[in-house]
Design a protein around this ligand. Structure first.
Ligand code: GRF
Length: 317
């Protein structure tokens, strides 16, 4: 069974969505766990709740600090807690594009409207004023655009005759608490699916020059066209219960070193010998940039000179 994805939640206020995420994570089979609740406001009520529930917290008021400096401290706290995802839940600070890009595809937010309608503030008043039949909430990935990233899930909430923004906000909030845990769980769950993991490896492997895919003992396997193999995607190979990428390395010394440094992630793949390393992809924290570099390095080690020469030239350019 794969590990549970590690999530940090950033809040600024009541933290009722954080509470919804937290309690959902304590039910059986939830694929994520909260490893940190962080806030820019020491008075945020959600902090006391997180503490009482045994979740680590981190607070740093933003007053007097530059945006980059403040954000860097929260980011560091998330990284130190081992978070692989950040869930924004009523976090009232805008993240810099640099941070967003460092966590690409791994920061989610909940917004109280049916995006792309009504990004920004006062969403309920705007929906009522527009005469909409429904308001609602959206969970989306965070990109550089305010409330602009890919929408992962939505829930509509009917607007009643005579609704005030406050009354509507209360009902939308109840709907948010249903939506956020469900969408977060589904999103992190992709990383447990061998098909999704294989597709991530495939896209990166096939992006390398003259690579093709064949199947070897049922494993997707990548090589230079009509040449040597440089990567295998291994699922439960000989019953080892692992989902992993196998790539070429320099030999027994490097293999031993990698395994010693991170024995959970790296292993000696059975039947492959000293020239290969197994890298687990089922620990819910894959760094895909690092996987892309492993693939490239492995590709280089088997590619003919005429191809690596081109790549060396491009690198030196
Ligand atoms: C929610 O309405 C959420 O959609 C918005 O901020 C509010 C946070 O509420 N982003 P809470 O702090 O989770 O109770």
């Amino acid at each position: 069974m794969a590990d549970r994805a590690r999530v940090a939640v950033f809040i600024s206020g009541a933290g009722s969505n954080m509470a919804a995420l937290l309690y959902a994570s304590r039910l059986p089979d939830c694929p994520y766990q909260l490893v940190l609740v962080a806030s820019n406001d020491p008075a945020a009520r959600g902090l006391a709740l997180a503490q009482a529930e045994g979740v680590a917290t981190f607070t740093l008021p933003h007053k007097g600090l530059g945006r980059v400096e403040h954000e860097a401290a929260l980011e560091r706290a998330a990284a130190e807690a081992g978070a692989h995802y950040i869930a924004l839940a009523g976090y009232m600070r805008i993240l810099t594009p640099q941070m967003v890009s460092r966590w690409e595809g791994r920061i989610l937010n909940i917004h109280p409207s049916l995006l792309p309608l009504y990004p920004g503030l006062d969403t309920h008043a705007r929906a009522i004023a527009a005469g909409d039949s429904h308001a609602g909430a959206s969970v989306h990935l965070v990109n550089e655009e305010l409330d602009g990233g890919e929408v992962l899930g939505q829930i509509p909430v009917a607007i009643l005759t005579g609704d005030t923004p406050e009354a509507l906000a209360r009902r939308v909030l109840a709907a948010e608490h249903q939506l956020y845990p469900r969408v977060l769980a589904q999103y992190v769950d992709r990383e447990r699916s061998p098909e999704w993991l294989a597709q991530q490896v495939r896209e990166r492997a096939l992006a390398l020059p003259e690579t093709d895919e064949v199947s070897s003992h049922g494993m997707p396997c990548f090589g230079i066209v009509k040449g040597r193999k440089f990567a295998y995607f291994s699922i439960d190979h000989h019953g080892d219960v692992k989902t992993a990428l196998l790539v070429k390395i320099s030999g027994a010394d490097e293999q031993a070193q990698l395994i010693e440094n991170d024995p959970e992630r790296y292993y000696r793949p059975a039947y492959f010998g000293d020239g290969w390393i197994g890298i687990r992809l089922d620990l819910a924290d894959v760094d895909w940039e690092s996987i892309a570099s492993w693939l490239q390095r492995s590709w280089r080690s088997v590619a003919p000179k005429k191809l690596t020469g081109l790549m060396d030239a491009a690198d030196n350019f």
